[in-house]
Design a protein around this ligand. Structure first.
Ligand code: COA
Ligand code: MG
Length: 308
């Protein structure tokens, strides 16, 4: 399992940012064709993203593309052109403003068709961004709409606009929330998305934090998302990558705990028991699943070696 702690949104038309993204420490580079690209630059951005995908060496970076929303004149062409011409470089497409599982069925079918036509064996994943009231209501169906689904993303700025929540910051991306609401203002939608994702074996990514100069605010927001169950967080600026990677990396204490849990469980399984107690807490199949996920991530990040 590759690590998915951080996702850098890179405007598709900003050619000079593309090599910068590749050289960064981010886990996932997401080329954006949607919100960061003005309407009159949509075609330029699409062509530039294809060019960067096929001409640059992406090594083992995970690379995704966010298409435009499906109810715009751009999305179908984004999907067809990008996947036909550069699909072999892509790990997943990110679909914004998903409001209905039918949106995912549409993208799934289109990907099937293009991959059959190009005789490609690699399967491109789908990531769905939930950013409206309708999208949140349908999130459980969306999470199981296709076996290509990898993750759900919370689109905080568009979600707050969709429900008519007052904007408390310029970007609408999570700053100064504590001044208006005691606790976490987006606790409900985020936890609802997390529940739907985890019930279907998907990952969850938190929205980006808009003020890229406020690194303390970014850390707080990332720690909170991590505590709620998110696996990673989008970033909009390279300066945010280090903090997000650090917050979403397993800590030495968590790794040690996972090792102990796995050992205890394996020992119990050998003697025919499914659940054991460890320091007064129960270790059952859910605990072991979480411990194994954490261990795999630590292995991928080379924080532990196979032999341990
Ligand atoms: N991806 C890759 N490189 C980026 C980047 C990004 N998202 N954001 C900034 N950079 C690069 C800049 O090109 C600059 O490179 P340079 O030193 O070679 O000139 C360097 O990082 C420092 O950037 P800085 O000058 O501090 O920021 P800026 O004023 O150029 O850009 C933003 C600020 C917010 C406009 C820019 O970060 C951005 O467009 N972010 C993405 C926004 C987005 O995707 N929104 C939709 C997601 S919800
Ligand atoms: Mg948006």
């Amino acid at each position: 399992m590759k690590s998915r702690r951080s996702v850098l949104s890179v405007p598709g038309h900003m050619e000079k940012m593309h090599p910068k993204a590749r050289e960064s420490a981010v886990d996932i580079v997401m080329f954006d064709l949607e919100d960061s690209v003005p309407a009159d630059q949509k075609e330029t951005a699409r062509a530039q993203v294809i060019q960067s995908l096929v001409s640059m060496d992406w090594g083992d970076k995970t690379v995704t593309v966010r298409c435009n929303a499906l109810d715009t004149p751009f999305a179908y062409r984004d999907l067809v052109d990008i996947v036909e011409n550069a699909g072999q470089e892509l790990d997943a497409v990110v679909v914004p403003k998903v409001s209905h599982p039918g949106d995912i069925h549409f993208v799934h079918r289109l990907l099937e068709g293009i991959e059959m036509n190009r005789q490609r064996s690699g399967r491109i994943g789908i990531e769905a961004s939930i950013e409206s009231a309708a999208g949140l209501e349908a999130v459980s169906l969306t999470a199981k709409a296709s076996d290509r689904m990898i993750s759900l993303v919370f689109g905080i700025a568009d979600y707050s606009a969709s429900i008519g929540a007052r904007l408390v910051s310029v970007s609408g991306h999570g700053e100064a929330e504590a001044e208006i609401y005691p606790g976490h203002r987006w606790h409900f939608p985020l936890s609802r998305i997390i529940m739907a994702a985890k019930a279907n074996g998907l990952l969850v990514m938190d929205a980006p934090y808009g003020n890229f100069k406020d690194l303390d605010g970014l850390r707080r927001s990332a720690v909170m998302a991590n505590a709620l169950g998110c696996d990673g967080k989008w970033v909009i600026h390279p300066s945010q990558i280090e903090i997000v990677n650090a917050v979403f990396s397993p800590s030495p204490e968590e790794i040690e705990r996972a090792r102990i849990v796995i050992e205890a469980y394996d020992a119990a399984a050998k003697s025919g028991r499914g659940a054991v107690s460890l320091d007064g807490s129960v270790v059952d199949s859910a605990t072991i699943r979480m411990a194994r996920q954490l261990w795999e991530q630590a292995l991928h990040l080379k924080l532990v070696s196979d032999k341990q």
